[in-house]
Design a protein around this ligand. Structure first.
Ligand SMILES: C[S@@+](CC[C@H](N)C(=O)[O-])C[C@H]1O[C@@H](n2cnc3c(N)ncnc32)[C@H](O)[C@@H]1O
Length: 277
C-alpha cells in the first residue's frame, strides 16, 4: 500500500494516525497503545470491527468479477474517471468497492485511491487485482459507516450501488470535496426483468440522496448490452436485488437463454460538501 494511502488512514481503535512499521508487513498507529494491523498476503488491511468481513461471499464476488471483466460496465467506469479528472480529484475513497473493478481503474486518474468494503472476499480480490494490474490502489476491510479514514482528508468519495453513509462521507470529505453517487436509473436492466417477470416495473431511482451536500451535476448514462451465455447471464442476475426476490419458477426462465440483450441505465450524481453556516 503506497504511503499516500497510509497517510489517509486512522486507527479503527483509537483513531490515531497510522504508519508502516519497519519490516513493511504490518502497520501501527501512532497512539499510546501502538495498535498493530497486518497486511494480508494479497496486500489489504483488515481495519473493521468484529462484524466487518461478513458482506458478500466468494461466489457473489466471483460472479461480479466475471461480469465486470467482460467490459459491460466499462462506459460507466470511464464516466466515473472523467468526472474525477474534471473535479481534479487526487485522493479518493471508493466506499463499498466490491471486488475493485472500478477502484483499480480510478487509480489511472487519481494519486491515492482507497477501496473500502465489508466483504473480505471482495477486498481480497480487489487487492489481488491491484497486484496483477500493478495499480496504486489500496484496500481495507471496514464498514463504510465507520471508515478508518481521517476526517476532512479526501477530495472525493465514490459510492457505486452501495449503501450511502452520508454523515460518514461528510466527515471524511475535505471542504468542497465531492461525493460521486451512482444508482440504477428507471430503465436499468429492463431487458433482464422482461425475461423473468410478466409485468416488469420501472425502477424508482435512488432515494437515499445525502443531506449536507449540494447537487452539482446529475447525469444519465444509458446504452444496450448483449450478455452472451448462460453463465454470464446468471452472473449478471446474481448482482441484482432480483436475485433475492425472484421465485425459482421465474428464475429458471433465464436458463433457457443463450443471449440476453438489455438496456442499462445509470443515474450519476455529483454532490459537493456544503459549507457550514
Ligand atoms: C452491489 S455491491 C457494489 C460493489 C461495487 N461498488 C460495484 O459496483 O461493483 C454493494 C457492495 O457494498 C458492500 N457493502 C454493503 N454494506 C456495507 C457496509 N456497511 N460497509 C462496507 N461495504 C458494504 C457489499 O459488500 C458489496 O460489495
Amino acid at each position: 500500500m503506497i504511503s499516500d494511502i497510509l497517510n489517509l488512514l486512522r486507527c479503527p481503535v483509537c483513531k490515531a494516525e497510522m504508519e508502516r512499521d519497519g519490516e513493511g508487513k504490518t502497520c501501527r498507529c501512532r497512539g499510546a497503545r501502538k495498535h498493530c494491523f497486518d497486511f494480508s498476503r494479497s496486500g489489504y488491511l483488515h481495519l473493521g470491527g468484529p462484524h466487518a468481513g461478513d458482506g458478500d461471499g466468494k461466489e457473489a464476488v466471483l460472479a461480479r468479477r466475471a461480469f465486470l471483466d467482460a467490459g459491460h460496465y466499462q462506459p460507466l467506469s470511464d464516466t466515473v474517471n472523467r468526472l474525477l479528472e474534471q473535479f481534479a480529484v487526487r485522493r479518493v475513497v471508493d466506499a463499498g468497492c466490491g471486488e475493485g473493478y472500478y477502484t483499480n481503474r480510478m487509480a489511472e486518474v487519481a494519486d491515492a485511491v482507497l477501496g473500502i468494503d465489508l466483504s473480505r472476499a471482495g477486498i481480497d480480490y480487489a487487492a489481488r487485482r491491484a497486484k496483477q494490474q500493478q495499480t496504486r490502489a489500496g484496500f481495507a476491510v471496514a464498514s463504510l459507516f465507520e471508515m478508518p479514514i481521517q476526517s476532512e482528508s479526501v477530495d472525493a468519495v465514490v459510492n457505486l450501488f452501495a449503501p450511502c453513509a452520508e454523515e460518514e462521507f461528510l466527515r471524511v470529505l475535505k471542504l468542497d470535496g465531492i461525493l460521486l453517487l451512482v444508482g440504477a436509473g428507471e430503465r436499468h436492466l429492463m431487458g433482464l426483468k422482461q425475461a423473468i417477470y410478466q409485468t416488469p416495473y420501472a425502477n424508482e431511482g435512488r432515494a437515499d440522496l445525502p443531506k449536507g451536500m449540494e447537487l452539482l451535476e446529475k447525469k444519465k448514462l444509458c446504452y444496450e448490452i448483449s450478455v452472451e451465455g448462460r453463465e454470464m447471464i446468471a452472473a449478471l442476475f446474481s448482482m441484482t436485488p432480483y436475485y433475492w426476490r425472484t421465485s425459482e419458477h421465474d428464475r429458471a426462465k433465464l436458463d433457457l437463454l443463450e443471449r440476453l440483450t438489455t438496456e442499462v441505465d445509470f443515474d450519476i450524481f455529483v454532490f459537493r460538501k456544503e459549507r457550514e453556516g
